[in-house]
Ligand binder design. Structure first.
Ligand code: ZN
Length: 342
């Protein structure tokens, strides 16, 4: 990337109301069959257009073709029974009814490759594509076959690598793995979680990102955040090993978070997607607030390695709020660009 401080979003953007219920997470589709296929592509075009209008440098599909950031990928795999559901505690935080692993998991067909090709046709800008990370995948399933979190994670890492290689071939510039589980299971992250992620990116030439956040602004997450005290030091447990890993970019929640910004020192040398937009509130950041977060991050991240971003996805927000936040991200980034060039 030649652009100074290239902007992007962490992931999802709101869906149009004709495609899915607005301001709702994991909302069911309103269309079926051919109409749904067309509807998703049209929504992707709208979402791309909104990012371009806001002046975002690295664009995405806004996750318009996905219902859920983990299970939509898993739906494309063999070995998982979506009828056989069990209630498990996700990320040690909230109960959810999840599908069951009933046999060896495998990928007989691509999940998102056609969608990525479609996005590639729409723009010459750099594009980023998000996949779930192996640890977050196993944490969103009930395993009745491998009976080992680690074993299942390694299987998913191999499958993710197959998908990632095809996304790269389709023209994706940056592949992101969403690993909110890295903020919870520290011992496992260090024992095998980061190693699994490195297996998922093996042989890739495009850039790779791991996104680690405190989640969407849903009640289970905001309640959890209240238990974390005044300083959120979760990143401290996994940063040293991530700094040593082959992952190119680390995507983090920084704005309005109680994360001590000096923790970024632990990953110095890595590129960092700095979350400068809070996705858990409708309040629109001012450009100066965005600039302030970026300025603080610049004490620990070299300017050529800083990528202004959102804390997490914006799917649950209204389209109006999400658009205004994208605009704030660009305007705040411009303030810092001017300061750096002065
Ligand atoms: Zn996130």
């Amino acid at each position: 990337m030649k652009t100074l401080l290239p902007t992007s979003t962490a992931g999802s953007l709101p869906k149009p109301s004709w495609l899915a219920e607005p301001e709702t997470l994991w909302s069911p589709w309103k269309l079926q069959g051919e109409a749904l296929i067309d509807g998703k592509q049209d929504a992707l075009r709208v979402s791309l257009h909104e990012q371009q209008q806001a002046g975002i440098d690295i664009v995405s599909d806004g996750e318009q073709t996905r219902q859920h950031f983990v299970t939509t990928f898993i739906e494309h795999l063999d070995g998982v029974d979506f009828e056989k559901r069990k209630t498990v505690k996700i990320r040690d935080r909230y109960d959810a009814s999840v599908p069951t692993v009933v046999g060896p998991v495998s990928r007989q067909k691509p999940a998102f490759v056609d969608d990525a090709k479609f996005l590639r046709q729409q723009t010459k800008q750099p594009i980023k594509w998000a996949l779930p990370g192996p640890m977050t995948m196993i944490d969103t399933l009930y395993d009745d076959h491998y009976k080992s979190r680690e074993k299942l994670a390694w299987e998913f890492a191999k499958i993710l690598n197959q998908e990632a290689k095809e996304l790269e071939a389709a023209g994706v510039d940056i592949i992101q793995f969403d690993e909110p589980a890295f903020n919870v299971f520290f011992d496992e992250v260090n024992a095998w979680g980061i190693a699994c992620l490195e297996r998922a990116i093996e042989g890739l030439k495009c850039e790779t990102v791991v996104h680690i956040c405190y989640g969407y602004g849903i009640k289970a997450n905001t309640d959890w955040k209240k238990t974390l005290g005044s300083e959120w030091r979760q990143y401290e447990a996994v940063f040293p090993k991530l700094q040593q890993s082959n992952i190119d970019i680390i995507s983090l929640e920084c704005h309005n978070a109680h994360v001590p910004i000096e923790l970024l020192e632990l990953i110095r040398g890595k590129k960092v997607m700095v979350g400068a937009i809070d996705v858990a509130t409708d309040k629109i950041e001012t450009p100066e607030e965005v600039a302030d977060t970026l300025r603080k991050a610049l004490e620990f991240v070299d300017a050529d390695k800083l990528y202004p971003c959102t804390n997490c996805g914006m799917a649950p927000l209204s389209r109006r709020v999400a658009s205004a936040k994208l605009e704030a991200l660009r305007a705040g980034t411009e303030i810092i660009r001017r300061e750096l060039l002065a």
